[in-house]
Design a protein around this ligand. Structure first.
Ligand SMILES: [Zn+2]
Length: 286
């Protein structure tokens, strides 16, 4: 199996949402599987590499948000031997996705099914706790975007950070943090960025979207942009002001072809809500 990025063409749009197919130590592995609404594209992508869902040995979930792990239950239904690796914090929510579903419902409302498809539980016997090692890959706990987020590093030194390292539609230089509710942890996030940096990956494989080679510059720009967004919300910017500024930054750093991908993978309005909640919780504690 050649290592490959499979474009899930979410809602028909290329280069927004992807998963990585790896040659694992004991067979084909996927890093993230995408949402159930993209299963046909996932199947087509596997087929281009001569594979079917039934050939997969491992599914390594970076986190359980629906655009990353939404199809896991359906894949296990098709392939009962599939081992689903997920962080200790995320594991209970793939076994019983009721809370995950409710949280996604608050964010997406009636659009939930159209965007992400149905969410099926993963049987407990298929779940492997991603802690230390998973299917031969190193596991780093990298909370921030989500409390349960992990980053996998393979033996070639490639990092698979999920949404920890932002959204960047490669080769565009613009990096947009994605900070949706409910558990944005800014200090944890900045620490996680440092953690991955210290691990010294040669490449970063972003699900949204593509492989980043200028790792240090990427991390530096992500820190800058994240701090800026946090500061704006803390200073009381309105959602309208926040979204307008994000849009301006997006248009300055991307082009007409890639800009819609950023909006779709990381809606600025959702990041406003996540950062507003972060500040509210922080002030309640203080
Ligand atoms: Zn996410």
């Amino acid at each position: 199996v050649p290592d490959a990025l499979i474009d899930l063409r979410h809602l028909g749009r290329p280069r927004v949402c992807g998963v990585y197919l790896l040659e694992g130590s004991d067979g084909p592995a996927l890093v993230d599987c995408g949402p159930a609404s993209c299963l046909d594209e996932l199947r087509a992508g596997l087929e281009r590499h001569g594979l079917a869902v039934s050939d997969l040995r491992h599914l390594l979930l970076t986190h359980i948000h629906l655009d990353h792990g939404g199809a896991a239950g359906q894949l296990v239904r098709e392939n009962p031997d599939l081992q689903v690796h997920v962080s200790p914090v995320g594991a209970p929510h793939v076994v019983n996705p009721a809370r995950l579903q409710a949280s996604a419902r608050r964010l997406y409302g009636d659009d939930l099914e159209r965007l992400w498809g149905p969410l099926l539980p993963v049987p407990e016997e298929n779940v492997r706790i991603a802690d230390g090692k998973a299917a031969g890959l190193e596991v780093l706990a990298t909370p921030g975007h989500a409390r349960h987020q992990v980053t996998y590093v393979d033996e070639r030194g490639r990092a698979f950070p999920g949404d920890t390292l932002g959204v960047r539609i490669v080769p565009s230089p613009h990096i947009r943090p994605h900070a949706p509710p409910p558990d944005i942890d800014v200090e944890g996030w900045l620490h996680s960025i440092d953690q991955v940096g210290q691990r010294g990956p040669g490449e970063i494989c972003l699900p949204h979207f593509g492989v980043v080679a200028d790792v240090d510059a990427h991390l530096e720009e992500l820190r800058r942009q994240l701090r800026l967004w946090v500061k704006r919300v803390g200073a009381g910017w309105t959602p309208e002001q926040f979204v307008a500024a994000a849009e301006e930054e997006l248009l300055a750093g991307s082009d007409a072809e890639t800009a819609p991908g950023y909006r779709s993978a990381a809606a600025a309005g959702a990041s406003y809500l996540g950062l507003e909640r972060y500040w509210r919780k922080r002030r309640e504690r203080a």
